[in-house]
Design a binder for this molecule. Sequence first.
Ligand code: ADP
Length: 612
Amino acid sequence: MGKWVEQLNSRQILGILYGVCVMSLVLTATGAWFVRDNTVSPGELLTLRWIWMAGLVMFISAILLIGRPLINRMASQNERMRAKHEELEHVLQASKQNETKLQYRNELIEVLASKESLFDYSSVIEKIVLLTSAEFGALLLVKDGEISSVVPKEMTEEQQESLKTKSLLLKRVMISKLPAATSKKVADDLHEYPYYIYETVIPVMDPSDDKMIGCLYLARYDEQFDASEKSELNAFANQLAISLLRMRLYRQMQQDRKETAQLINSVREAILYLNYEEESVVGNRAFIRMFDDLQFDYQGYEELADVKIDIEQLAERVDQRDHFISYVEHVFDRKPPEEGLSISLDQGDCFLQVYAESIYRDGKLHGTMLVLRDVTAETEIDRMKSELVSTVSHELRTPLSSIYGFTELMLERDLKESRRELYLKTIHDEAKRLSFLVSDFLDLQKMEAGKQTFEWERVDLYELARDSIGFYQETTDAHHIHLDADSTQDFTIEADLEGMRQLLGNLLSNAVKYSPDGGNVLVSLERLEGQVVMKVRDNGIGIPSSALPNLFGKFYRVDNSDRRKIGGTGLGLAICKEIAKAHDGHLHVESVYGEGSTFICELPTSKEVVHQ
Ligand code: ADP
């Protein structure tokens, strides 16, 4: 019967079951209907009981005969379904694992290919460890046959050190340049039972010269690396090799770029490089120092600054603005001029030689280097040379020719006593002038070289000013020289008397000399905390503002018509400046052209260091 039931399909079984149930129900219901109104006879009641009994027996037999095998069958079906479900679960898990591995693989490939990963070795080894389900691992970088660095994943310092120095497996791979694997039985106090650790090392080779550039080390417990994993690791090692080489190249390029930037930044000339291809402009350190009001992005000595160029703004401080703008515009229009340009900044404060150098790549104009060379010192030397020549030609030749002429006259002619005396006086005056010039020049040389000797003593500037004013007042009737100082104050300072006399004398003689129409000259003294301020003011011809920065330079003379007739060597103020400096003081000037000048000298009352 059980077999028969097993052969039936589920619908047939259910049909039979339902049929039996319905029949037993009909029998039971019919019996119940007859019994309902108690009109049945005892014989009929007996029959009815038999019918009920038969229905009940049929029902129970049907349950026993058909239901049990059915339940058994359902139970076995259930079992099969559960097994199938488990199988499916297993497949799902495996596919999930595969999916995760695929994801890791993709990520790894992405990491190896992307530029950002060039600095991220740790994410490479991390991905490989995850992908191979290894417990730990490391990427070892090899340089000249030696391990240069270790990038670990889940490895302690100790493990890394032991891998580097003690691992025979690694040593074997480094010698053979072939992948290798080992298994080790580990028994330690931490674990109850000994376990196996499987290690594999895959070399990373430079395909161009077959040199080892790195190694992949992976370790796993209780499961060997199978052949497919090993071949996959080899494939990764090849990709890693390309990535590492690319990284080396990139690093080298970065290094070269930094070195170039450092070289260009160390050049003293201001350099601006216009890259026509990239439409970018970079400047070196000297450039951004020279034009610090421009917009730029300067990251430091190892980088060139990105400069935002506004030609109008660049030319703002240039004295020869239009020339400069046209020059730079030519450079920006890819037509760099062959000849250079001389310009000055800030009204002659700084002189620049500008030139443009074209840079070609593959025969095509790639960019232009605009170089601005500071030639202020050279220009100053040139100016000094020409000033010296004109001083020599004027200040030396004039007295020399009168000395020569008058002595010749005296030698050749028989002169009257009065005339002889006049000639001799002229010769004496001119010789004196010459001698002053020579000693001025020598004094300045000495001071500049720090070889001038000063006698330090207490000098009363009030007394000195009074003496000097008296002396210079004697030389002129057209000027009135006054002293403005509170006589109750103490104007004594620690100074060299002769130096102070020379300083004040030069300022007074200039004040008189450069007030050709006469006028007032005022010497004032003021006592401040720790210093005395001495001023010499005149209402003379004044000094143009363009001349002020150079005024204290050697041989510098303001060259214009109103003072051409006034003699001089251009040494007086340079000497004054050096004397003030030797006294730790400060000399400067305020002047309005055409109205007069005030020379201000601030002198400390005592010197801490006594100059020899
Ligand atoms: P110099 O022998 O030419 O007077 P200095 O060194 O004393 O040489 O002065 C340098 C220049 O400064 C002079 O050529 C002159 O043009 C200008 N200068 C000096 N002092 C005055 C002043 N008080 N007023 C106007 N210009 C002056």
